[in-house]
Design a protein around this ligand. Structure first.
Ligand SMILES: [Mn+2]
Length: 344
């Protein structure tokens, strides 16, 4: 919500002046545990342009459990993701550096307390000019990185991938449920700048909210019925402003692609058609200013879910940095050997 003078009406718990700002020096995970399993030279906080904040928060899961273990599983699987991206002929991690921060420990913090802690961490990272990726955890956490980015990028829009619109006002007795996170965002963010893709399970109250508040919601059924045209990805991109924050619930994917999530829903989306949205986004001159990935509920018997999520993360980083002029080919490929031995 914007006031007449253009300032944003952040809820009390997300206003900068309420921030406790007690972010200790940014401690990172070492090579054996960090994203892509990269050497210190390319993963120390001070020299990295990208920082990953893990928010292993799970308090209000309603169906399957396990999202609290999502960040760790994504990082573990990332050791098997290749550094090189053929689409950009680039090893982004060695050019930019990716620091993986130690996961936040929320202790007994829930709801607003948790969001305040996460907001502090993300604000700290982006105020130092770094690109921030936040990993959940349940979708509740996304309100914090969205608020932090909105303060820095006031004209941004939100691109929300999900099977669910998450617009209930309350769910199971709390306003801080994974099923309500977008309602909390809608309390401080202009709803006509929210674009949702893949929605296929929601209640009537949520559908009415979408209509009355003018969200750009691309329902799965509408996409499949051709209501957004054959090139529906371009229709999605056309709704966005130049700065785009992406919040990605992995249950947006079809359960055949992503079975390991708390609330899998049939009639979801595939990986390739999803990347086309990002391709068209950067081709249009728009840019990704930050993103979060949430709701992976890792299952050892379904390891491809974790690997797919780790690949999605690295691919999204490649799209986020694609708009920059491409520097000369990196000569720092020394760790390729190490990597090669890991791949099986
Ligand atoms: Mn969802």
């Amino acid at each position: 919500m914007l006031f007449n003078d253009g300032t944003q009406s952040f809820p009390v718990f997300l206003r900068p002046e309420f921030s406790c700002n007690q972010v200790s020096p940014m401690k990172t995970l070492n090579t054996s545990k960090n994203f892509l399993a990269i050497e210190k030279e390319f993963s120390s906080y001070d020299t990295s342009a990208i920082a990953i904040v893990s928010a292993p928060y799970e308090a209000t899961v309603s169906y399957g459990k396990g999202t609290g273990k999502g960040p760790e599983a994504i990082l573990k699987a990332s050791a098997y993701v290749e550094f090189y991206d053929d689409e950009f002929d680039r090893e982004l991690c060695f050019e930019k550096g990716i620091a993986t921060l130690r996961p936040l420990a929320f202790g007994k913090s829930r709801g607003a307390d948790m969001l305040r802690q996460l907001d502090d961490a993300v604000t700290h990272v982006i105020n130092e000019g770094k690109f921030c990726v936040t990993l959940g955890g349940e979708h509740t956490i996304s309100t914090a990185p969205i608020a932090a980015h909105f303060r820095k990028f006031p004209t941004m829009s939100i691109l929300h991938f999900d099977a669910h619109s998450d617009l209930r006002d309350e769910y199971e007795g709390t306003p801080y449920s994974h099923a309500c996170f977008m309602s909390r965002v809608a309390e401080f963010f202009p709803t006509e700048r929210i674009t949702q893709v893949g929605i296929r399970a929601q209640c009537r109250e949520e559908a009415e909210f979408i209509k009355s508040r003018n969200l750009n919601t691309f329902y799965a059924s509408a996409i499949r019925r051709g209501l957004h045209g054959a090139d529906w990805q371009t229709s999605v991109v056309n709704t966005l402003s130049n700065d785009v924050y992406v919040t990605f619930d992995v249950d947006y994917f079809d359960p055949s692609v992503m079975p390991a999530t708390g609330t899998p829903e049939p009639d979801g989306f595939h990986y390739a058609e999803t990347l086309d949205i990002f391709r068209k986004l950067i081709a249009s001159g728009k840019r990704i200013v930050g993103f979060d990935i949430v709701e992976l509920a890792p299952d050892k018997s379904l390891p491809h879910s974790s690997l797919t999520t780790a690949r999605l993360l690295y691919k999204m980083l490649n799209y986020a940095f694609a708009v920059e002029p491409k520097p000369k080919r990196s000569t720092k490929s020394s760790s390729l050997k190490t990597k090669a031995t890991k791949k099986k």
